[in-house]
Design a protein around this ligand. Structure first.
Ligand code: ADP
Length: 377
């Protein structure tokens, strides 16, 4: 645990400690190990030529013609950056990025693509790639700048992740002290002081609880998409049932009926998808109307993606707010009306986006809400 004066703050032990020679220092020293995963010899030769012409950086280049060979290399050797063609003989599109991320989550990726595939390349950034370049437009300067930028961005992300962990430990600890002593005061002196003192103590305890909730949610939010997620075949029925199980108390307390149609098996991050359903179902119950809450999930195939819906019969949302509710800390009600931190739907959005999908809501006040999201097959 970090010390409270902050002078000896260390990352928590579950984070990999910084290697003696980081990507950053190696790159700054002028050496950079690049893995180019590219099946076309012509395209590879162009990239190789650009890298070799670069001044000030000695690019040590390894080529893999297939994704499988690239993954095998990544499992054996450290590299500073991957330059990745998305259309390989053994893998196509975003799946290619996901596989590289799964094998080497901390390694920056720059996608090399044709102009026709620019849309997919852009989505690749949501899957964790740092940048994309259109092959025809690349020259040596652009490629080197992009590679350096990608390495630096990845380093900053890692620092941010560590900062979040450190903040969790450093803030939670004094906060626990504050709420612990306030509760002790309440237990020992509650009812023995005047009414105002009791009320102020209660306010202090509630405030500390709220702050703890916000820190936890914020940390949860900041961790999504930072790299360690395992993408695997995921049965959404199992995921949905797990979310329901986690919400058992709220469901029983509200007499809620939670149902679903057939849900697909897809490539996804299981724990994140549980979190996604859990947030949507719990909101559907929290923002309930007068009648018994009914929540129903469904999925249908739309071209190359799955369209999910989570429908409720709650209070609904006015049209003018529908675009804003996914922003972090955006709440439509005061704390007195409904508890919450305003991070739940921002987490949903981030989870859907790391899967390469979109999320939105349709609703009318008094007529319930439907939350839609897509996940590419
Ligand atoms: P929180 O619930 O903590 O306020 P969220 O990010 O989960 O934060 O939701 C943001 C806002 O969107 C909520 O404050 C609420 O006003 C609205 N909202 C979310 N889900 C629903 C729902 N199912 N029905 C009605 N309003 C909702």
């Amino acid at each position: 645990m970090a010390k409270e004066n902050g002078s000896e703050t260390k990352p928590p032990s579950n984070l990999p400690s910084a290697p003696a020679e980081t990507n950053h220092t190696r790159e700054a020293a002028g050496r950079c190990r690049v893995l180019v995963i590219e099946d076309s010899v012509v395209d590879y030769k162009v990239v190789e030529g650009h890298l070799k012409r670069a001044k000030g950086v000695d690019f040590q280049i390894t080529r893999a013609e297939r994704l499988g060979d690239g993954l095998e290399h990544l499992s054996r050797e450290s590299v500073d950056i991957v330059l990745l063609d998305l259309m390989l003989p053994d893998s196509q599109g975003l799946e290619t990025v996901r596989s590289v991320r799964a094998e080497a989550s901390g390694v920056p990726i720059v996608v090399l693509t044709s102009a026709e595939d620019e849309r997919i390349a852009f989505s690749a950034i949501r899957q964790g790639a740092q940048d994309y370049l259109i092959k025809r437009e690349v020259d040596s300067d652009l490629l080197v700048r992009s590679a350096r930028h990608a390495i630096e961005r990845q380093r900053l992300l890692r620092e941010l992740e560590q900062l979040a962990h450190v903040a969790a430990h450093d803030l939670q600890e004094p906060l626990r002290t504050i709420s612990g002593f306030c509760e002790l005061l309440q237990d020992t002196y509650g009812g023995k002081l005047d009414d105002q003192a009791d009320e102020w103590l209660e306010f202090a305890i509630q405030g500390a609880r709220r702050m703890s909730g916000i820190i936890q949610d914020l940390l949860g939010y900041s961790r999504i998409g930072l790299g360690d997620d395992l993408v695997e075949p995921t049965d959404c029925t199992v995921v949905f049932d797990e979310a329901v199980e986690n919400l058992r108390a709220a469901i029983e307390e509200n007499g809620a009926v939670v149902t679903h149609d057939d849900l697909p098996i897809l490539m996804g991050v299981r724990t994140r998808l549980v979190h996604l359903f859990q947030n949507l179902i719990s909101n559907a119950i929290k923002y309930r109307g007068d009648q018994r809450p009914c929540v129903h999930a469904a999925a249908e195939r739309m071209g190359r993606e799955w369209l999910f819906s989570v429908r409720d019969n709650g209070i609904g949302i006015a049209a003018e707010h529908l675009g804003r509710i996914f922003a972090i800390f955006k709440r439509l009600h005061s704390r007195d009306q409904y508890s919450g931190t305003g991070i739940g739907l921002a987490i949903c959005k981030k989870i859907v986006e790391i899967h390469g999908g979109r999320i939105w809501a349709e609703s009318e006040p008094g007529s319930g809400s439907v939350f839609y999201f897509t996940i590419p097959e």
